[in-house]
Ligand binder design. Structure first.
Ligand code: PMP
Length: 374
């Protein structure tokens, strides 16, 4: 049918002019733009994943385990080991196709028309999209100039808006800023009474990058047991080097998890995904073998950028926000022309680079020197 005869499609008015979310996916040697782990799974892990997927394939005529209790129990065990938290069981865990979907479930269950979701910018640019897609009003508060949260101002703003959900990324994307545990506690205490109609506000601590945190930065999981209205979201996309598998999860009180079970689509986590995730969890140490090295590379990158005279945010994640640039797009393009893809995101004069292999970081430094003439 020629375009001129195409019928009008009844796209929701609030979606007219919207673009699909996503950074450019380009075929260049140094992909440092979406905070992936640059190390592919080792051979023994690939083999176990392949065997596990073959076993799952034999049953693909049947729907998968809708409640994926084995995977949830194994994720609970991993989180206890990783964070030192105790008392986590399958009932405390939830999972979906990436932590993006986990957080969408939170908004579907607790947001909605007449309700608000808040976060504090600059922060993860998908958050307003969860709000839009769940018809929840989006309110963005602010951070201090160093991107930390001012707990008193944050609590006052939450008390004024009375949101159903607050999303706090720690470490925050795109700045790398971690939230001190005392601030998590103070905000969680306040959230107990700031929700709609006298209810609590659901406080979501998004710890997608938690495994990269520096020593002495505890996970919010260590206080989760005290807060029935708190959820801590994690992902296998970053430290686990499993972005392609699409597995995200959260821990929360079983009553909160039961609310999410209402809104999930039936069988949302495929048998193949469950098999891959469970195989990966058997090889946590091998998959996360480079996390220590990535942390060291990150700290070296921060030091090097500061030595070059850039302003660099303190970071507990596997990426670094740096600048300022008069024309950040020109710098981004100059790096791309040299085979290095980074991200134009966050404050207007800043760029974000994900931490890659030793060779990739050398390529990044070389290209940035050429482009900026420093
Ligand atoms: N939270 C934050 C802060 C992120 O940066 C990302 C990915 N960029 C996610 C959540 C979602 O990751 P995934 O859906 O791959 O788990």
């Amino acid at each position: 049918m020629p375009d001129s005869l195409a019928p009008e499609l009844p796209l929701r008015p609030d979606l007219v002019g919207e673009q699909p979310y996503g950074a450019p996916q380009l075929d260049v040697p140094h992909l440092l733009n979406v905070n992936e782990n640059p190390y592919a799974p080792p051979a023994e892990v690939i083999e176990d994943i392949a065997t596990s997927v073959a076993a799952a394939a034999a049953g693909l005529n049947r729907y998968p385990d809708r409640d994926f209790r084995d995977l949830r129990a194994e994720l609970a065990a991993y989180l206890e080991r990783e964070s030192g938290a105790s008392g986590l069981t399958a009932d405390h865990l939830w999972a979906a196709n990436g932590s993006n979907e986990v957080m969408l479930h939170l908004l579907q269950a607790f947001g909605g028309p007449g309700r608000a979701v808040m976060s504090f910018g600059p922060t993860y640019s998908m958050y307003p999209e969860y709000a839009r897609d769940s018809h929840t009003h989006w309110v963005e508060g602010s951070r201090r100039p160093d991107y930390s949260l001012d707990p008193d101002a944050t609590i006052a703003h939450i008390a004024q808006v009375r949101p159903a959900v607050v999303l706090l990324a720690s470490p925050n994307n795109p700045t790398g800023t971690a939230l001190p545990l005392a601030d998590v506690r103070a905000i969680a205490d306040a959230c107990a009474t700031t929700g709609p109609d006298g209810a609590a506000t659901i406080l979501v601590v998004d710890e997608a990058y938690a495994e990269f945190r520096r020593k002495g930065t505890p996970s919010a999981l260590s206080v989760l047991a005290d807060y029935p209205h708190m959820a801590v979201a994690r992902t296998m996309s970053k430290a686990f080097a499993l972005a392609g598998a699409r597995v995200g999860y959260l821990a929360a009180a079983p009553r909160l998890v039961d609310c999410l079970r209402i809104v999930r689509l039936p069988y949302h986590l495929s048998a193949v995904t469950q098999a891959v995730a469970r195989a990966a969890l058997r090889h946590t140490d091998a998959l996360q073998a480079q996390v220590t090295q990535l942390r060291a590379e990150r700290d070296a990158c921060v030091t090097w950028l500061r030595d070059q005279g850039f302003t660099v945010a303190d970071t507990d994640a596997n990426f670094v926000l740096f600048g300022p640039f008069e024309d950040r797009h020109a710098v981004w393009q100059g790096l791309l022309d040299r085979g290095v893809l980074i991200r134009e995101t966050g404050p207007k004069q800043y760029l974000r680079v994900s931490i890659g292999t030793v060779d990739q970081m050398a390529a990044f430094r070389g290209a940035l020197k050429e482009v900026t003439g420093r």
